[in-house]
Write a protein that binds this ligand. Structure first.
Ligand SMILES: NC(=O)C1=CN([C@@H]2O[C@H](COP(=O)(O)OP(=O)(O)OC[C@H]3O[C@@H](n4cnc5c(N)ncnc54)[C@H](O)[C@@H]3O)[C@@H](O)[C@H]2O)C=CC1
Ligand SMILES: CC(=O)C(=O)O
Length: 371
């Protein structure tokens, strides 16, 4: 199979879908890899590194997208939709629930769209989302701490406090991978940390994991309002796999926060979990202020630490990608239920229920198309 790796074009997105080491693995499995020139240059993977690993470097994105399978990081942007072609396997983050136009373009062009974030193991975990959630969770606290400084518009709070002065309060809404990693960093800084989740077993795990150094709180509107009102930093970290994020923090709750507080909505890639988040922001212009509160809503946070993130991402995407490339998506999906859950769109059908519901498509069970 010919597999293409384009240069990412999202704002400040320096990650790349394959490292030279991944190229080597695909080559050994008998595939031909074409990489757009300079795709990994800014994070230390030169065209020569890719060539030595066995890839062919091409000058344009258009050439890369003629491949049988494209391995990317971020969802395609509208300027890339024109490259879609029937039968193309697109293997990348897609986050289709808030992306009607992209869903339509994939279905209309009969692309087989395999979303990293919905590949799901039997235990419910999301192995291709986990590493980027670890990165974004850890980043969310350093970003929050930065914007709490006066010079960056914040209220002038040091999250760790100092002897004689109480620490800052961090409220994490959603205690999964992002939430636990945010809590780890916030505790490390000495902040007063609360985590809200809907799943009592998850709250028990977090209580054990952090040995009483976090307050675990059951998710309901009353508790969320209380924890948000008191917080200096709110981190949005909920997820219902594949679906649009629930807007748990309402505008009225945000109005109750004190001026100069900060919200980092990591869940923005699934549409956002805070009612006052009305736009996706970029690394170039990461924040805006509403009701006196600084809002941060960057949908590709790991792109800022692109070398760490690319290595962590390709560690997990390469083994699954190799199965898809070597067996084809039909055989792979029949053999591997986790990968079948990653197929969101195929042959014009929307095969992920939450995505179909979000955009008014008829849901088609993937297995009905594979028999
Ligand atoms: N902005 C960015 O650059 C990035 C965003 N993300 C996003 O962060 C979000 C969180 O990802 P993960 O932590 O990996 O997901 P996860 O599945 O590990 O955790 C989500 C948690 O939310 C909880 N939850 C669901 N509904 C809830 C409710 N009503 N109230 C309270 N908690 C609720 C679940 O019980 C679960 O513990 C996702 O949207 C993911 O795509 C991840 C990486 C980068
Ligand atoms: C999860 C995701 O969309 C990202 O890492 O950018």
């Amino acid at each position: 199979m010919i597999i293409g790796v384009p240069k990412e074009i999202k704002n400040n997105e320096f990650r790349v879908g394959m490292t030279p080491s991944s190229v080597l693995s695909y080559k050994k499995a008998g595939h031909d890899i074409i990489v757009e020139t300079l795709a990994g240059q800014s994070i230390g993977f030169t065209d020569e590194d890719y060539t030595e690993a066995g890839a062919t470097i091409v000058a344009s994105a258009a050439e890369v997208w003629t491949a049988d399978m494209v391995v990317k990081v971020k969802e395609p942007l509208p300027e890339e939709y024109g490259y879609f072609h029937e039968g193309l396997i697109l293997y990348t983050y897609l986050h289709l629930a808030p992306e009607a136009e992209l869903t339509h373009a994939l279905a209309h062009n009969k692309v087989t769209a395999i979303a990293y974030e919905t590949i799901q193991l039997d235990n419910g975990s999301l192995p291709l989302l986990t590493p980027m959630s670890e990165v974004a969770g850890r980043m969310s606290v350093q970003i929050g701490a930065h914007f709490l400084e006066k010079a960056h518009g914040g209220k002038g709070i040091l999250l760790g406090g100092v002897p004689g002065v109480e620490p800052g309060k961090v409220a994490v809404i959603g205690g999964g991978i992002v939430g636990a990693n945010a809590a780890k960093m916030a505790i490390g800084l000495g902040a007063d940390v609360s985590i809200v989740d809907l799943n009592p077993d998850r709250l028990r795990q977090l209580d054990d994991q952090f040995q009483g150094r976090v307050k675990t709180i059951m998710s309901n509107p009353y508790n969320i309002a209380e924890v948000v009102r008191r917080a200096d930093l709110v981190i949005g970290a909920v997820l219902i796999p594949g679906a649009r994020a629930p807007r748990l923090v309402t505008e009225d709750m945000v109005k109750m926060m004190s001026p100069g507080s900060v919200i980092v909505d990591v869940a923005i890639d699934q549409g956002g979990s805070i009612e006052t988040i009305d736009r996706i922001t970029t690394h170039d212009q990461p924040t805006y202020v509403k009701h006196g509160v600084i809002h941060y809503a960057v949908a590709n946070m790991p792109g800022a630490v692109a070398r760490t993130s690319t290595l962590a991402l390709t560690n997990v995407t390469t083994p699954y990608g190799l199965q898809i490339a070597s067996k084809g998506y039909v055989r792979t999906a029949l053999d591997n239920k986790a990968i079948a859950k990653g197929i969101n769109v195929v042959a014009g059908h929307v095969t992920y229920q939450a995505v179909a519901e979000a955009h008014g498509y008829t849901y088609t069970d993937i297995y009905s198309l594979l028999q």
